[in-house]
Design a protein. Sequence first.
Length: 91
Amino acid sequence: DNFASIVVAAKWGRNVFDSIQKFLQFQLTVNASILTINVICAVADKKSPLTVLHLLWLNLIMDSAASIALASEPPTEALLERPPVNRNDSI
């Protein structure tokens, strides 16, 4: 094979890894904030501002928007300048 194709594959692989990290961070942030709002309202003995249907719609919209945004991000040359990630490291 051509060495250029190996470089392109490494660049895209690192881009996918970065996109997965960003997606997980975004999802954890959104879900933690929604959980916090509902827990505070439950403790304050008030009606929850978000119903089950609201939560489902929020998850559907946030999942779709985040995955589309991160999947369309092209790789950059700066990805090749950092050292590779150890396979035993956590995401």
